[in-house]
Design a protein around this ligand. Structure first.
Ligand SMILES: C[S@@+](CC[C@H](N)C(=O)[O-])C[C@H]1O[C@@H](n2cnc3c(N)ncnc32)[C@H](O)[C@@H]1O
Length: 315
C-alpha cells in the first residue's frame, strides 16, 4: 500500500496560470507558422487542448479555472508538448491521444487519420433532410479508419446495424479500441478492399470518407500530415481513384432507394468535370460546401456505364 501513496509535498507553484500558458503556446505556434486543421483550426484552441491535457483537466474546463496557477512539473509537461508540436509538427490529437468527433471522444494515434470529417455534422443531424424518412436498418462506413463515422452512426442510432470497413489492419485495431471505448455494440468491423470483402452485403446507407488527395497535393502537404498514414490520403492524379470505384460498385450494395454519402473534398471539381450529368447533391454545411455529395442509387445506376468506364480505366 505504501508504494501507491502519493507525496505532494515537493509541489512548487509557478507564477504562471493556465491562461498564461495557453497564450504563450498560441504565440509560439503563430511564430512557428504551424498548420492547423487536424480537429482544431487555430493555435489558441490547440494550445488550450495541450495545456488541459498536461494538467489533467477536462477538455471543456470552465474558463473560471483559467486563472489557476500551475506547478513546475505541470509547466514542464506543457512545454514538452509545445516543443513536440512545434519541432516535430505532431498533430495535437496524436499528442493527447484523443480526438473529438460528433460530440464523442475517440482514441487517436498514428494508426489512423485524425477524425475531422464534416460528415460528423450530418450524423448529428440524423442525415436529414437527405434520408427524408427512409428507414435505415443497415449502414456501412467504408474506409472507416479510426472507426469514427461508423461508431458515431451506431451511437446515435442504436437500432441501426452498422459496419465499418477498412483495408488497413492497423486502422481497424484502433477502430476496435474505439468501439470498446464507446460501447458501440451495434458496430461490426470488417477488413475489406473497398467492397471486395463485402460480397452480397446490402445497406440502406453507405457513408464514406475515402482517400481523395491528389499525388501532387500529397507531396506538398504540410509536415503535420506526414504523421498520418499515407494510405488514408493519396488517391491518384485527380484524387478520384477510390471515389470512382466506390460509385461504380455502390449500387450493388445499396437497397433499392439507398443513399451514398461520399466525401471527395477538393476533388469535387474534377468529379463534376468528369460526370457533369450525374445529379449529385452537394451538402451545404454550417461553414458552406465541403466537397461531400449525396447520391441516390437510382442515379448511380442510370450513369453506371460512364462511371464504370472511368473507374475501370484507373484499375
Ligand atoms: C481519409 S481516411 C478516413 C478515415 C475515417 N473514415 C475518418 O473520417 O477519419 C481513409 C481511410 O481509407 C482507408 N483505405 C484506403 N484504401 C482503402 C481501400 N482500398 N479499401 C478500404 N479502405 C481503404 C485508409 O486505410 C483510411 O483509413
Amino acid at each position: 500500500m505504501t508504494a501507491d501513496r502519493v507525496d505532494l509535498s515537493a509541489a512548487r507553484f509557478e507564477p504562471l496560470s493556465i491562461i498564461d500558458l495557453i497564450r504563450f503556446g498560441a504565440s509560439r505556434f503563430a511564430e512557428a507558422g504551424l498548420t492547423f486543421g487536424h480537429s482544431y483550426d487555430n493555435g489558441l484552441d490547440e494550445a488550450t487542448q495541450l495545456v488541459l491535457h498536461a494538467v489533467s483537466m477536462p477538455h471543456d474546463l470552465s474558463p473560471v479555472y483559467g486563472a489557476s496557477k500551475v506547478t513546475s512539473d505541470e509547466k514542464a509537461r506543457v512545454l514538452e508538448l509545445f516543443e513536440r508540436r512545434i519541432n516535430d509538427r505532431v498533430p495535437v490529437a496524436y499528442l493527447t491521444g484523443e480526438a473529438w468527433f460528433a460530440g464523442l471522444s475517440f482514441s487517436s494515434d498514428p494508426r489512423a487519420l485524425v477524425p475531422r470529417s464534416p460528415i460528423a455534422e450530418l450524423i448529428e443531424a440524423g442525415f436529414e433532410p437527405w434520408l427524408g424518412g427512409r428507414e435505415v436498418r443497415r449502414a456501412l462506413d467504408l474506409c472507416t479508419g479510426s472507426g469514427c463515422i461508423a461508431i458515431a452512426m451506431g451511437h446515435y442510432n442504436p437500432d441501426w446495424e452498422v459496419t465499418g470497413a477498412d483495408i488497413d489492419a492497423d486502422a481497424l485495431s484502433l477502430a476496435a479500441e474505439n468501439r470498446e471505448r464507446l460501447e458501440a455494440g451495434n458496430v461490426q468491423l470488417r477488413r475489406s478492399d473497398l467492397f471486395q470483402g463485402l460480397e452480397g452485403e446490402v445497406y440502406d446507407l453507405i457513408v464514406t470518407n475515402p482517400p481523395y488527395v491528389t499525388h501532387e497535393e500529397t507531396d506538398a502537404l504540410p509536415p503535420e500530415y506526414a504523421h498520418e498514414p499515407e494510405l488514408g490520403l493519396r488517391a491518384g492524379d485527380d484524387g478520384l481513384d477510390l471515389a470512382l470505384r466506390i460509385m461504380r460498385d455502390a449500387p450493388r450494395h445499396l437497397s433499392e432507394d439507398g443513399l451514398l454519402v461520399c466525401e471527395v473534398g477538393e476533388a469535387e471539381h474534377a468529379l463534376v468535370r468528369l460526370l457533369p450529368e450525374l445529379p449529385l447533391a452537394w451538402v451545404e454545411f454550417k461553414v458552406g460546401q465541403m466537397g461531400i455529395f449525396v447520391a441516390e442509387r437510382a442515379d448511380l445506376l442510370e450513369h453506371h456505364e460512364r462511371i464504370r468506364a472511368l473507374a475501370d480505366a484507373r484499375a
